[in-house]
Write a protein of this length. Structure first.
Length: 277
């Protein structure tokens, strides 16, 4: 529960929200992209490594060796200063959309792309080392420049996310539950993400379990308290397969106020498939 008095002095969060903060009450302009990147991704953590291995194997098992059509497209929703979800889709996509809301994160991504990812040598090479244990990734000899060629950065709001051309593969990491205190908005973000995926599209969604919110530099950001059951209920009738794995907090927690991470690996229902109910 957020202390409403604290909200008055913390720039990220609107005052008087009574703990269950809505996404549009948060000042996302106070999201410190550099600090978030430094704290979360400068050194590859055991939990991210475990997640990355699951996502790599999930995408490779469904997509590697398949005759994918030209123009195969991926989307990462709420990218922030995190490139590893995009990297996990790179071998399979001609184009990967990084869809982000906060101005500081858009600037961070644009600067990085313009300068061909200076953060590659400080952070992302460690993540690529995990990915290239699979042949699909190992075949890319210069991932840094391939990333610069294939990604497009778009500013937008997940609650208004729509497309006329559905994406063939998608990721959304630590977003649906980590941008709002409202359970209805958590569900809406999950729905909007699934809505833009094509029939049969593989996807990966990472979430913080039982999160009480988080600080980035001096700003506090809200979270919805979710568990595996809440996540699982979002997929009802929409997917042909889903597996939700729990990642333990481990010896070196990222921060206080969560009980682990969840990674949901699935595939959208195809015309031919039976939905899981
Ligand atoms: C906890 S961060 C996760 C960032 C990154 N995906 C990661 O894995 O570390 C939440 C992200 O969601 C973005 N966000 C906040 N509100 C959003 C909205 N309405 N639509 C899309 N993204 C939003 C934030 O700017 C931030 O980048």
């Amino acid at each position: 529960m957020v202390d409403p008095q604290m909200c008055d002095i913390i720039p990220g969060m609107a005052p008087g929200s009574g703990g269950k903060v809505h996404n549009d009450e948060v000042d996302w302009g106070h999201f410190d992209a550099d600090e978030y990147y430094r704290h979360n991704y400068l050194k590859l953590r055991a939990d991210d490594e475990e997640i990355l291995g699951f996502v790599r194997d999930h995408f490779a098992s469904l997509l590697d060796g398949r005759d994918l059509p030209a123009g195969y497209r991926g989307i990462d929703v709420g990218t922030g200063p995190n490139l590893y979800p995009a990297l996990s889709m790179l071998p399979f996509c001609d184009n990967v959309t990084l869809f982000e809301h906060a101005e500081p994160n858009i600037s961070w991504l644009q600067d990085q792309k313009r300068n061909t990812w200076p953060s590659w040598s400080t952070a992302w090479h460690q993540f690529w080392d995990v990915l290239r244990a699979q042949q699909a990734y190992a075949r890319i000899t210069d991932p840094r420049s391939v990333l610069a060629k294939r990604v497009e950065i778009h500013q937008g709001n997940v609650y208004e996310l729509k497309t006329l051309a559905p994406f063939n593969v998608g990721t959304m990491f630590f977003v649906a539950e980590s941008i709002t205190g409202q359970e209805s908005e958590f569900r809406s973000a999950m729905d909007h993400f699934l809505d833009v995926l094509a029939p049969g599209a593989p996807f990966a969604i990472a979430l913080m379990e039982h999160s009480t919110g988080y600080h980035v530099a001096d700003s506090h950001f809200p979270a919805t308290d979710i568990d595996e059951g809440a996540v699982s209920s979002c997929f009802r009738n929409r997917v042909s397969s889903i597996s939700i794995k729990h990642i333990d907090v481990g010896a070196r927690p990222l921060r206080d106020g969560y009980t682990g991470m969840l990674i949901a690996l699935g595939q959208m229902r195809d015309g031919e498939d039976r939905a899981l109910t």
